[in-house]
Design a protein around this ligand. Structure first.
Ligand code: ZN
Length: 375
């Protein structure tokens, strides 16, 4: 009996197995076909997520002739994707920013062209673009934003400054980016990271606790007194310069170097007692606003003349200090930008590359900073 029963069960079991096999084969075929289809787009450079989107939204024929397109990839991955903007997305340059597609949509809605949108994204981060997209469309976007270092977030200040002063766009962007449209010592940017190209001036201050890297004692041979300190990199550059100058018959030495925040408080006090408030305001940096706190600045003197500006050493420094990485920091011609009256004796270490550029192009350190270092 048992044998018969087993035989009876065998036939439907086999057909069930066959059926299952067919289903598995079909599923496998679908799976391989699907994987193959996805691979077409991943091979083109689209993400898996974007590739699925392309496949399930019937965009295959649209995407294949285009090839890789990072903005489309971002749009297909994004929940902000708008079908009606598909052709726009395709021609917008990709920027690796949060809310990128959301911001693109907002700018398209405002009526900006693709090239305008590309320009806008190049001048700010995600938040800046979001804010910018909230305002009515600006007609002549190129006016300020054809300047590479213009910033979206400064747009209102550019307009205000240009209207008030009649300055050209380039000067306006430079002045505003450096906060020179603001009052000195007010709302200063906090600078906390040591670097040979750090910018400290009346709009950019150091904290009370800021101490330069590798603060070291300067050998008395090179200084007016014992115990002066500066950053090692600036000291070494000065020594090289000192030695070469000496070979050519020029005698320089350091009169003042690193000054701590506390030192600057005292310096201000000394000068205030000697010459009064006005002098301090014009000639002495407030605590935190002195470049001497960076450990990269030297007040240089000559062994041959009491007035440095009249010495042959001063002339030599003007023509040669850049070779050692130093710049003449506060010449008369840049006073309106640096915010400091001329200080012929004050030299700042910025490194050879930057010093050479500043020397050759006859610009202030502020201009160099605004153009190349301030992102
Ligand atoms: Zn100085």
């Amino acid at each position: 009996m048992a044998t018969v029963k087993r035989l009876k069960l065998k036939a439907p079991f086999v057909s069930l197995l066959k059926g299952l096999l067919v289903v598995i084969c079909i599923l496998l075929a679908i799976f391989f076909y699907y994987s193959y289809q996805i691979s077409i787009f991943t091979d083109l450079g689209y993400s898996k997520e974007a590739s699925k989107f392309i496949l399930f939204n019937g965009l295959k024929e649209y995407v294949i002739p285009l090839g890789e397109n990072k903005t489309l990839n971002a749009a297909f991955e994004s929940t902000d994707y708008k079908k009606e903007y598909l052709e726009k997305y395709q021609n917008i340059k990709y920027f690796n920013q949060d809310k990128f597609i959301n911001n693109v949509n907002a700018l398209i809605k405002r009526g900006y062209s693709n090239s305008n949108i590309n320009m806008i994204f190049a001048h700010g981060n995600s938040d800046d673009v979001s804010e910018f997209a909230k305002r009515e469309k600006i007609k002549y976007i190129e006016e300020f934003f054809s300047i590479p270092y213009a910033k979206l977030k400064n747009y209102d200040r550019y307009i205000a400054y240009a209207d008030e002063t009649g300055e050209d766009e380039e000067t306006t962007v430079l002045i505003v980016n450096l906060d020179l449209d603001k009052e000195q010592y007010v709302d200063a940017v906090e600078v906390s990271e040591f670097s040979t190209t750090m910018l400290v001036n009346k709009h950019r201050k150091l904290g009370e606790d800021f101490v330069p890297d590798d603060l070291s004692i300067i050998d008395e041979e090179y200084a007016s007194e014992e115990g002066l300190q500066a950053s090692k990199i600036a000291i070494n550059a000065f020594i090289r310069m000192y030695k070469d100058a000496k070979k050519e018959g020029y005698d320089i030495y350091i009169n003042s170097a690193y000054r701590s925040y506390k030192d600057q408080v005292e310096t201000c006090e000394v000068y205030r007692n000697l010459y009064g408030d006005n002098y301090v305001k014009n000639y002495v940096a407030q605590p935190g606003f002195s470049e001497h706190q960076t450990g990269l600045s030297f007040d240089v003197a000559s062994k041959n003349s009491k007035v440095f500006a009249n010495s042959k050493e001063y002339e030599w420094m003007l023509e040669n200090s850049y070779k050692y990485g130093f710049i003449h920091r506060f010449p008369k011609k840049y006073a309106s930008i640096t915010g400091f009256n001329p200080e012929p004796w004050h030299f700042r270490y910025v490194g050879k590359k930057v010093a050479k550029y500043i020397y050759e192009n006859k610009i202030s350190f502020e201009e160099y900073y605004a153009t190349f270092l301030d992102n």
